[in-house]
Ligand binder design. Structure first.
Ligand SMILES: Cc1cc2nc3c(=O)[nH]c(=O)nc-3n(C[C@H](O)[C@H](O)[C@H](O)COP(=O)(O)OP(=O)(O)OC[C@H]3O[C@@H](n4cnc5c(N)ncnc54)[C@H](O)[C@@H]3O)c2cc1C
Length: 417
């Protein structure tokens, strides 16, 4: 059933009795052409594009919890295309273009808001680095404007410009960046995939991967065995555990990342703002809460919750930059498990096992990647060829050392990206 003004009016007059659930609750069948493990943003988008672009619908998405219960519903919702290195640059540029048409494509309001992102810089050296990044973004066809301190002050008058330790020198403004409602993205893709015949199977945990003579033949689940000749692993923070079911050891470490939200306030922060000298980023949700986050908790873990030292660190950074937020009360904090790769860039590739495909390593930047990741992974699953914007996301770069994409020059340490 399409969402449009006429249907809203019609249903309003009929007591809203005609709306149907956004997706079915099918029982798993014995076999499918393709199984996607993981009903997060990336898994659902993959299923959607397999059906919408490649005409395949004999597909199941197997989700151990409920759809959207993972990181897709836990992130701070920032969407941007401000990457610098070849490989990342064209991929995220493609993703932002897909975001710009997503609501029409899905007939679903994902509340994509291009309110602009401002990355602050605090030294001459950092200005040079941001100018270079901005030029790379423009060469890629995206938008970037280098602001001096006065330019930032006009847009963000509430920052503490006088702080002596890390004074604000300026900012790199990316007007097409912004955010979107995270769980609506999962729901929109789920509805789109379901309406094209994909079975979305919740409460179905994959517990084993069946392989015969080097070829995938299906999966074992808490709801029985399901056969398939192609299986895609798209489980974010659980990638290492699920790949281990196929005997693979991935170059992935799982780390905790926390986020925070305050009570609802009147509109006071119009953009997404990131601090250049501490790991702190903030925006205001449409409900009025200030949504902010910081760095990883710096220990590997599968517990989707954080601890207090990082909470203190994040709040300190926020208070240094914009002391006004000290008046707001923090309502909630939560954590998600990040699939950190050694170079901070993702993997979308085949594996050595025939029919087994891998999509992981999104670190803490995978929300903005959802549309392009789904598009590219669907392309790989359907055609066995990498999508033109994802050719560099190879798994073997960590074995050969060729083609590493260390966007922030942090070195080969997972938790630094
Ligand atoms: C606090 C926080 C802030 C973030 N902020 C941003 C941001 O501002 N911008 C940005 O771009 N990115 C951000 N991210 C990162 C982004 O959320 C993730 O990179 C992205 O959501 C991961 O992909 P996904 O949506 O598919 O993951 P998930 O939603 O985690 O999906 C994976 C799914 O696999 C399921 N699964 C796992 N094991 C199994 C199994 N054995 N069988 C069946 N199913 C299984 C899980 O239950 C889960 O639902 C943030 C993340 C966090 C935690």
């Amino acid at each position: 059933m399409r969402y449009n003004a006429l249907n809203i009016l019609r249903e309003g007059l009929r007591g809203n009795r005609g709306w149907r659930p956004a997706w079915r609750k099918p029982e798993p069948r014995g076999s499918y052409d393709i199984i996607i493990i993981g009903g997060g943003g990336h898994g659902l988008a993959t299923a959607y594009y397999l059906a919408a672009k490649h005409g395949l619908s004999n597909i199941a998405v197997l989700e151990k919890g409920y759809l959207g219960s993972g990181n897709i519903g836990r992130n701070t919702t920032i969407v941007r295309a401000n990457y610098m290195l070849p490989g990342n640059s064209e991929f995220y540029s493609h993703s932002l273009k897909l975001w710009e048409g997503l609501e029409e494509e899905l007939n679903y309001n994902v509340m994509h808001s291009q309110r602009g992102i401002i990355n602050l810089f605090h030294s001459d050296g950092q200005r040079d680095e941001f100018a270079r990044r901005g030029n790379m973004m423009i060469s890629q066809g995206d938008d970037a404007i280098l602001l001096d301190r006065g330019g930032v002050c006009e847009m963000l008058p509430y920052l503490d410009y006088e702080q002596t330790r890390f004074p604000v020198y300026g900012g790199l403004y990316h007007p097409r960046g912004g955010n979107a409602r995270h769980d609506a993205v999962a729901w929109g893709y789920a509805r789109g995939a379901d309406s094209r015949g994909v079975d979305l199977i919740e409460n179905c945990q994959v517990t084993g991967i069946d392989i015969e003579n080097g070829q995938v033949t299906g999966v074992q689940t808490t709801r029985g065995q399901i056969r398939a000749r192609k299986v895609g692993i798209v489980v974010a923070g659980r990638s290492s555990q699920v790949a281990a079911m196929a005997g693979m050891r991935l170059p992935i470490e799982s780390h905790v990342l926390q986020a925070f939200v305050t009570e609802g306030l009147k509109p006071c922060i119009d953009h997404v703002v990131t601090y250049g000298m501490g790991h702190f980023y903030i925006s205001q949700s449409d409900k009025g809460g200030l949504v902010f986050g910081g760095d990883l908790d710096f220990y590997a873990s599968y517990a989707a919750r954080g601890n207090l030292p990082m909470a203190e660190h994040v709040v300190e950074a926020g208070m240094t930059l914009m002391p006004m937020i000290g008046k707001a009360r923090v309502l909630r904090s939560w954590g998600g498990i990040m699939d950190m790769s050694p170079d901070g860039s993702p993997i979308i590739d085949r594996t050595d096992i025939k029919g087994l495909y891998l999509n992981c390593g999104w670190c803490y930047g995978g929300f903005k990647a959802v549309p392009a990741s789904g598009d590219c992974f669907a392309h790989l699953l359907a055609t066995d060829q990498p999508h033109r914007v994802a050719t560099r996301y190879r798994l073997d770069r960590f074995e050969t050392g060729i083609g590493l994409m260390d966007e922030e020059a942090s070195g080969a340490q997972h938790n630094l990206h």
